[in-house]
Design a protein around this ligand. Structure first.
Ligand SMILES: [Zn+2]
Ligand SMILES: [Zn+2]
Length: 286
């Protein structure tokens, strides 16, 4: 089976282990057909914004702005070096902030030609008292500030909807769709939250975006891929393209449980996965 991993990090983001080359070598060793190098885009541009970025340890979340171009150059060099052994794609995982979409776009736009795709994510909510990095362990106590977990889901899906419908923000693939479940936080009112998820998926469909099936969740408390089986069924119903990402923060995470997930996807009815090159989408059979 052809395995392609579209979501990987490296030590540049300060919370992943291994160099870019370590991940590429591991991917070759595992016989992956493709590795997408998609490290976190910087947050420090928010220092000049009205967002109180100091509330979160953003220095540990991503590379620096002054490392962006050397990152792109390094991956390009490795792409050439290993071109006979594996397909390498160059990307960023970008965190979306509505109030900063102009600046974000400015940063991304000037590098668009060098990118094969952009992962769009939301990891941070505007909490009640301060910014809430809801997928960072150190913020677990802040979950209490919300009356219920459902409100976190609704807030999160609302942010995804802003990102999807934004006229200014450019991205190709929506990441870890139901991320708030990470610390085993399931919705209370399942129907309410599912309806908001479906509303979000309909916007994804309208924008003709792709959704990542992220196996990182299988390594977290929730022990389940993002998104859930039920949501993947909805994605299939809406005929939205998907692809796989391990969200590797260690070379050993690459391709994590891809064979199992592919079986699940086939069971749902998927026969092909999306593929990106220079921001054009193609499909490969599974
Ligand atoms: Zn990360
Ligand atoms: Zn992420």
């Amino acid at each position: 089976m052809v395995l392609q991993d579209w979501h990987s990090h490296n030590s540049l983001c300060r919370h992943a282990e291994g160099t870019i080359e370590d991940y590429i070598k591991k991917a070759i060793e595992m016989n992956l057909d493709l590795i997408g190098v998609s490290d976190h885009f910087p947050y420090e541009y928010l220092e000049k914004s009205n967002i109180s970025i100091k509330d979160i340890p953003y220095q540990e979340y991503a590379m620096r702005l002054n490392e962006v171009d050397s990152y792109l150059a390094a991956v390009e060099k490795l792409r050439i070096k290993y071109h006979n052994e594996i397909k390498i794609r160059i990307a960023f995982e970008v965190d979306y902030f509505k109030s900063q979409e102009n600046f974000l776009n400015l940063q991304i736009e000037k590098r668009l030609d060098e990118l094969d795709y952009i992962l769009g994510s939301v990891h941070i909510l505007h909490g009640k008292s301060k910014l809430f990095a809801f997928d960072d362990m150190r913020f677990l106590s802040m979950y209490k500030e919300y009356e219920s977990i459902d409100n976190i889901y609704l807030d999160y899906y609302n942010k995804l909807q802003n990102m999807i419908t934004s006229e200014k923000f450019t991205f190709d693939i929506l990441c870890h769709f139901d991320l708030p479940k990470k610390y085993n936080k399931r919705a209370n009112d399942k129907e309410l939250v599912m309806n908001e998820a479906i509303k979000t998926l309909e916007l994804v469909k309208r924008k003709d975006l792709t959704i990542e099936i992220n196996t990182g969740g299988l390594r977290k408390d929730i022990k389940e891929q993002y998104p859930s089986f039920e949501i993947i069924e909805q994605i299939f119903e809406l005929d939205i393209p998907i692809l796989l990402g391990s969200d590797a923060h260690h070379p050993n995470d690459l391709g994590y449980k891809f064979n199992e997930i592919l079986k699940l996807l086939k069971k749902i009815g998927y026969t092909e996965l999306a593929h990106f090159k220079k921001r054009k989408r193609y499909f490969i059979e599974i």
